[in-house]
Design a protein around this ligand. Structure first.
Ligand code: SAM
Length: 245
């Protein structure tokens, strides 16, 4: 996608969430840590001599969450310099924007993004991305089998996101939070009704019962964000690990 001019604007549209992210009512922008390149065909624009990328909510549940959350959308985003764990990394679409925020060019903020995916094809793309975006650690592994990849997560992290879209994903998520998340850290779970077995109970019953399971596990639910405007049948659970659980 060709770079376009910001039409005289000093900043991308929306309000500043942090130095590297702007959130509007319909669009989200991150400051490009790898200037001159798009990752998945997204729009790039110059604002005051700096290049920003438009984050597509149709391609990222975190971006959809930012646009749909009512309670503290800013809390969905990790801080610059954070260590994070991302289960179900895919081809790196969302990870590239998180990298803009956490790491910046040449990883100037010393962030660390461990991205785990079971599919070799995804890992190929993620490895390619990591070459020009320092701070991304691509890991080929099964999110359910920590022993295979926990060596890449030597310390607890402040932020976990899971987007593995398969059965038993709630248990995988809760196990990962128990093992790898700092107290006070943020945990996000993307849940699609159809990936779970008990869909006959109805979508609402499913999401309610998942919410109860999460709440009983030492995580506090900030919001179950309905992102179905961008991803059919999806809810993004925004949680925080309680101080002592
Ligand atoms: C919906 S896609 C992820 C998209 C990605 N989060 C993004 O926003 O760009 C789900 C991913 O989960 C991966 N996956 C499915 N089961 C997994 C498992 N058990 N462990 C790790 N990754 C898994 C798939 O290979 C796929 O890439």
């Amino acid at each position: 996608m060709a770079k376009r001019s910001g039409k005289g604007r000093r900043n991308p549209p929306g309000r500043k969430v942090n130095e590297n992210l702007r959130l509007g009512s319909r669009e989200v922008w991150t400051r490009n840590a790898d200037s001159g390149k798009s990752v998945y065909g997204e729009t790039r624009r110059d604002f005051s001599g700096e290049e920003w990328r438009r984050w597509s909510a149709n391609r990222s549940k975190i971006c959809a969450g930012l646009l749909c959350a009512r309670e503290n959308p800013d809390g969905l985003i990790p801080n610059s310099g954070d260590d994070i764990l991302y289960l179900g990394a895919g081809h790196g679409t969302t990870i590239s924007h998180l990298h803009d925020v956490i790491c910046g060019p040449e990883n100037i903020h010393s962030g660390r993004i461990v991205g785990v995916d079971i599919a070799p094809r995804c890992l190929r793309d993620l490895t390619f991305l990591a070459k020009s975006r320092k701070g991304i650690i691509p890991v080929l592994g099964d999110a359910r089998k920590y022993a295979e990849w926990q060596i890449y997560v030597p310390n607890k992290v402040n932020w976990i996101f899971q987007d593995v879209a398969q059965s038993a994903q709630v248990d995988i998520f809760l196990g990962a939070c128990q093992k790898f998340l700092n107290h006070g850290g943020t945990a996000l779970l993307s849940l699609k009704a159809a990936s779970e077995r008990w869909t006959k109970e109805g979508e609402k019953a499913l999401f309610d019962s998942v919410g109860e399971k999460i709440a009983n596990s030492g995580l506090e639910i900030v919001e179950a964000v309905d992102i179905s405007r961008y991803e059919e049948n999806h809810v993004l659970f925004h949680c925080v690990k309680k101080a002592h659980s």
